[in-house]
Design a protein around this ligand. Sequence first.
Ligand code: NA7
Length: 526
Amino acid sequence: MYALHYLRNLGFSVRVLETGEDVGGTWYWNRYPGARCDVASLEYSYQFSEELQQQWRWSEKYAAQAEILEYANHVADRFDLRRDIRFNTRVSAMHFIAANAGANNRGSGGGDNWRITADNGEIFQAQFCIMATGCLSSCNIPDFPGLDDFEGPLLHTGKWPHREVDFAGRRVGMIGTGSSAIQIAPLIAPQADSLTIFQRTASYSIPAHNATMDADHERTIKADYARFRAQNSQRYAALDNNPNSLSALEVSAAERESSYQQRWEAGGLPFLASFNDLATSLDANKTAAEFIRRKIRGIVKDPIVAELLCPQTVMGCKRLCVDSDYYQTFNRDNVSLVDVNACPIERITSAGLETAEKEYKFDILIMATGFDAMTGALLGIDIRGRQGLSLQEKWRHGPKNYLGLSVHGFPNFFTITGPGSPSVLANMIVAIEQHVEWIGDCLQQLRANSVSTIEASSQAEARWVRLVNKIANKTLFPSGCNSWYTGANIPGKPRIFMPYLGYPSYVEKCEQVASNGYHGFELRSL
Ligand code: NA7
């Protein structure tokens, strides 16, 4: 949405193709009960318009899905975006046609062009393509035997129905214990007859302590919103996380405890910034992990269930979850936890599912099984660059690109929050705005200098991939767990730590590249 607004203001003609029937992306699809952002509302919002950020009033510290969707609709109306968005349009193929490709290029205006095919057969042509397909938009539905046999509703959290789902008196089964499951469970449990949760890996979760928006806090931020944004943009992940510059190992046990306790009481993702070495020192990380496990044991009354809920992986290696009463939910009589490692799911049946030990009967089955993250949506489209090279082929062993923005062999093709950029390891809205402005300014430069194509050089791409890996390998994250950051949640997907760890240094690099004449890119003139 911001790309449309920004590029339109630069005088480009822009057409957006969107699968959904309306705006909102993630917040359009993930409409399950309890869906909520884990970044504070005053940060998880656009900063490109001072009037917008001053006038919009968030009702809660962390906004719920419905409110964020309302915001997206407001932005679409306010900036008159819908007239250039083609809804209900799924792109199935995108092929680069070079100017000298002769007959194939007929009707395209003569220059290099992308030919974009929608699944209804419609064809579009564009000089530039910007992929704003999202990092968590391609649902992962594990290939359980018998998947089609279940007779009741089988719902994925990432493609939740638009109608209200009635859980009253129903036996509900849910597979997965990631962020989505952690948000939905406390909402379903009080309504359902029973809720059975199948856990493969326990997650670390910090209480949100969500509340109605504190009017004084809102006033203080809005009195100088630009300063608040600027301060956050200099912080790790572009979040107001009050980073502690000390190591967890250089303070006394009492100080450490007190620091974790304060962060626990404040709630949310800033827990990760309790100390400066939680991502790099296993010993430091263990202190945080043990603190959370003690909290879980303090909340969950059944010691066997509590132990099962205690994660054993590196804290923060999977995205930290933020919850409202997730652990408390297991104190209800109608909620049970099944360890999928001890009793693997063998098949889905017409009436529920079977593990190695037992048959379960459900009226509703929920897949809270996450996404084919970061590359899934892109590789779901038949994208072909120069000489028919397909992106699937090029990324067979993992994503390769430059700055997370551009792929060698794919001219005039950009990825917003692509793999190799901070994306999911930053405040997404900030990361999106930064990419949109960088791409928009780049296109403006190309136009001003009559450059017809731009693409990453293969050398710059190789260097970038090495750098992304080198930085990741200095942390505990690539090896400390099986996370969607590395593709490990999808069978057969190459294991590569995909996001670039390091916001704001990443922004500086992007700016340097631009100010050095798009260093690392190949530019060709008409
Ligand atoms: P996640 O965080 O990827 O969670 C998916 C969950 O589903 C996780 O617990 C998985 O276990 C589980 N899962 C996936 N496949 C299976 C199979 N085959 N069997 C059993 N369990 C399975 O997705 P979410 O939607 O919760 O959250 C995604 C992001 O959205 C989140 O990080 C926030 O950024 C917002 P696993 O951990 O892989 O063992």
